[in-house]
Design a binder for this molecule. Structure first.
Ligand code: SAM
Length: 216
C-alpha cells in the first residue's frame, strides 16, 4: 500500500485542522501526522480519509472521526511502553495511533468480519497489535492490568468491570450516555479502590453492544 504525496499533504492539513479545533497534545498530533488514515478505508474511498468525519467501514460500523480519536487519545496521555486496551477495533485506526505512540496495544472487536479484515491489515502493515474477537464490555482481564482502556463505542452502564482492570494511575476513557448522544468520561484510578471521574464534551458513537452494554 502506498502513502502518496497527495495523501501526505491532506494529512498535514488534517493535523492543522485538529490543532485549530483545540487538540493540544503534540505527541498525538504527530502520531496522526504519521499514520496513513487512508489505509484503514476501503480502497475506493481513500480520498475521503482526511475529512474530519466518521466513515462507514462495513458491518454497519464506522471509523471514528479524527477529532474524536485525537480527544480520546489525548485523554489517555500515553507514555511509550504503556499497556493499553481498546474496546471496539473497527477499522484499526485508533489502535494504530496508540501503537504509533509507543503503546503495547490489545484490542477487542465483537464482529467477526471486522476482526478478520483488521487483523489481516495489521499483519500487512506489520504493526504489532494484538487483536481479539469477543465481547469487550467484560474487558480482557487475562492481559491486564492496563495503563489505559479506551472504549470506542457508546456505553450505558458504569463500567465497574473495566475500572478494576486498570493499574493504579491508569485511565479509562469511555463515552457514556444514551443511544444517540454520549459524554466522554475519563475515570482515573488514583490508588486501589479510589477513582476520579471527569467529563470531556459530547460525542456520538455507534452503540457498545454486549453483557455490560446495550442489548444486541
Ligand atoms: N476504534 C475504531 C476505529 O478506529 O475504527 C472505531 C470503530 S466503531 C466507532 C466501534 C466499534 O466497536 C465497532 O466496530 C463495533 O462493532 C465495536 N463494538 C461494539 N460493541 C462492542 C463490544 N462489546 N466488544 C467489542 N467491540 C464492540
Amino acid at each position: 500500500m502506498e502513502d502518496s504525496f497527495k495523501h501526505k499533504g491532506m494529512r498535514k492539513r488534517l493535523v492543522e485542522a485538529l490543532r485549530n479545533k483545540g487538540i493540544k497534545d503534540e505527541n498525538v498530533l504527530e502520531a496522526i501526522g504519521l499514520v496513513p488514515r487512508q489505509f484503514f478505508f476501503p480502497k475506493d474511498f481513500w480520498d475521503n480519509a482526511y475529512d474530519d468525519k466518521a466513515f462507514p467501514i462495513g458491518s454497519g460500523q464506522t471509523i471514528s472521526q479524527p477529532y474524536t480519536v485525537a480527544c480520546q487519545t489525548q485523554l489517555l496521555d500515553i507514555k511509550p511502553g504503556d499497556v493499553i486496551l481498546e474496546i471496539g477495533t473497527g477499522s484499526g485506526y485508533q489502535a494504530a495511533i496508540l501503537a504509533q505512540l509507543g503503546a503495547k496495544v490489545f484490542t477487542i472487536e465483537r464482529i467477526e468480519a471486522l476482526f478478520k479484515s483488521t487483523s489481516q491489515l495489521f499483519s500487512k502493515l506489520k504493526v504489532p497489535i494484538h487483536c481479539f474477537l469477543g465481547d469487550g464490555t467484560i474487558g480482557l482481564p487475562s492481559k491486564g492490568p492496563f495503563d489505559g482502556i479506551v472504549v470506542t463505542a457508546g456505553g450505558n452502564s458504569l463500567a465497574e468491570q473495566l475500572k478494576v482492570q486498570l493499574k493504579p494511575g491508569g485511565k479509562l476513557v469511555v463515552p457514556m450516555g444514551d443511544r444517540s448522544i454520549q459524554k466522554m468520561v475519563l475515570i482515573k484510578k488514583v490508588v486501589e479502590n479510589k477513582y476520579e471521574r471527569t467529563e470531556h464534551g459530547e460525542f456520538k458513537f455507534v452503540p457498545l453492544l454486549g453483557k455490560y452494554g446495550w442489548e444486541t
